[in-house]
Ligand binder design. Structure first.
Ligand SMILES: [Zn+2]
Length: 428
């Protein structure tokens, strides 16, 4: 029974959860069972954790946990980096203690005694590179260069938008990273494992980090199986007679051999399973980044943004065909979309800095919101499909990851040099 759970139920449950985690947010599953399962998977540990904490430690415990959560999730911290290095150390340590001394054997050649060093070293190198590489931080010195990289689509990105936090003119496809507090070109996400943003310039290193990790995990599980198989062959276990402690003689069978291996090499078998599950998870995550995001040239952040725009566009199309439709009145459309009565919308006034102010909404309708409404209305009237303008064909999209567009016109100006030059000019 336990064996059944171990061999079948565990991998199947893992696969279902992995599928829900990766595919839950897609258009197809978003509102279905898989989408709900994803929400459940994401929120369940939190609920249970907080409930247990309240039970054990009361209010103080909750406060402490909230502070810890804030530190772990919204501030740069090396916790996951340490966890990663720790996991690597434990696995590499187990390997050198329990598996490496068994090589070479009937199934594992001497070649692997050399190859394994490269396979073990590669995730470390990719990790270092990804942790310490520039994601594409936009500063006063580099904002102009980044602004030349991508076009505005007037759907998600608009001309002359300022970042309210760092004050630079936001280049298209950039986003202010909440964790590192910097604007990042083609921001994908903040990666806790790397304690670094993932953006235009280091997306390839992030992917290399994933690739080297799934390769080494798959290699590990594969070579462990070969090692075990080699032992079975060398000891001729399939054609031998086992003697129990009570002296009973038993003819060998695959089941008996399996039991024998399980009791003598449990650590190797457990680690082999662990590596295989981890390999599947990392591979799935990488496959999402490569076969989906890279192929369509979209970032993780943009998948949410784009999905929102698509929802809005559906409403705009409905509006354009409805009797309420008023041509070329983006403010009326804005009010229609965001649920404020039309009457007040008509009284909207222009504020000093060019933004449009509605008294009813009590917040300025920003220029870009007006532009977005205009653009979506234009498209809806033509009944055209929304096009993601950053798609340049699969091969070009892959090349953009390997050789980022911003770097194609030469290296970026170095902040210090520019400052020194400015200082020199000032002194002249
Ligand atoms: Zn910013």
């Amino acid at each position: 029974m336990l064996l059944f759970v171990f061999v079948y139920a565990f991998p199947i449950a893992t696969a279902i959860m992995l599928y829900a985690f990766l595919m839950g947010p897609t258009e197809f599953h978003k509102n279905g069972l898989i989408g709900k399962l994803r929400v459940f998977i994401m929120s369940f540990p939190g609920y249970i954790g907080y409930a247990l904490l309240r039970l054990c430690c009361g209010k103080n415990g909750i406060d402490y946990a909230k502070r810890l959560e804030n530190y772990m999730c919204y501030q740069r911290n090396p916790i996951l980096q340490i966890v990663y290095l720790g996991l690597m150390a434990v696995n590499v340590g187990f390997f050198f203690v329990f598996v490496f001394p068994l090589w070479p054997n009937a199934r594992v050649t001497m070649l692997h005694k050399v190859l394994c060093f490269f396979i073990i070293l590669s995730p470390y190198l990719a990790f270092m590179k990804a942790c310490f590489s520039d994601a594409g931080v936009i500063t006063k010195d580099t904002e102009q260069r980044y602004n030349e990289t991508f076009k505005n689509d007037n759907i998600m990105y608009f001309k002359d938008r300022k970042c309210p936090t760092c004050g630079i003119i936001k280049p298209p496809r950039s986003k202010h990273s909440v964790v590192t507090d910097k604007c990042i070109s083609k921001f994908d996400h903040f990666c806790g494992w790397l304690n670094n943003d993932v953006g235009e310039l280091n997306y390839k290193w992030f992917q290399l980090f994933l690739i080297t990790n799934w390769i080494s995990c798959f290699y590990g599980s594969f070579i462990y199986i070969l090692t075990l198989w080699g032992i079975v062959e060398e000891k001729n276990l399939l054609y031998t007679v086992f003697v129990t402690p009570s002296g009973q003689r038993i003819e060998s069978s695959p089941g008996i051999v399996f039991q024998y291996m399980l009791s003598n090499y449990i650590i190797i078998i457990a680690q082999c399973l662990f590596l295989f599950v981890v390999a599947l998870m990392i591979f799935g995550f990488w496959a999402y980044h490569f076969f989906y995001l890279t192929f369509v040239n979209c970032t993780t952040y943009e998948t949410f943004k784009w999905s929102h725009v698509q929802d809005v566009y559906e409403s705009v199309k409905a509006y354009v065909q409805s009797s309420k439709y008023k041509e070329n009145q983006p403010l009326v459309l804005h009010e229609y979309l965001y649920g404020v009565p039309e009457k007040q919308a008509a009284e909207v006034t222009k504020s000093e800095d060019g933004g449009v102010k509605s008294d009813h909404v009590k917040r300025k309708i920003k220029d870009w919101e007006v532009k977005q409404c205009q653009e979506l209305e234009k498209l809806a009237r033509k009944q055209s499909k929304l096009t993601f303008i950053y798609y340049h064909g699969i091969l070009n999209n892959i090349m953009e990851v390997i050789w980022p567009l911003t770097l194609r016109s030469g290296p970026l100006p170095k902040p210090k040099e520019t400052r020194r030059k400015n200082a020199a000019r000032f002194l002249d």
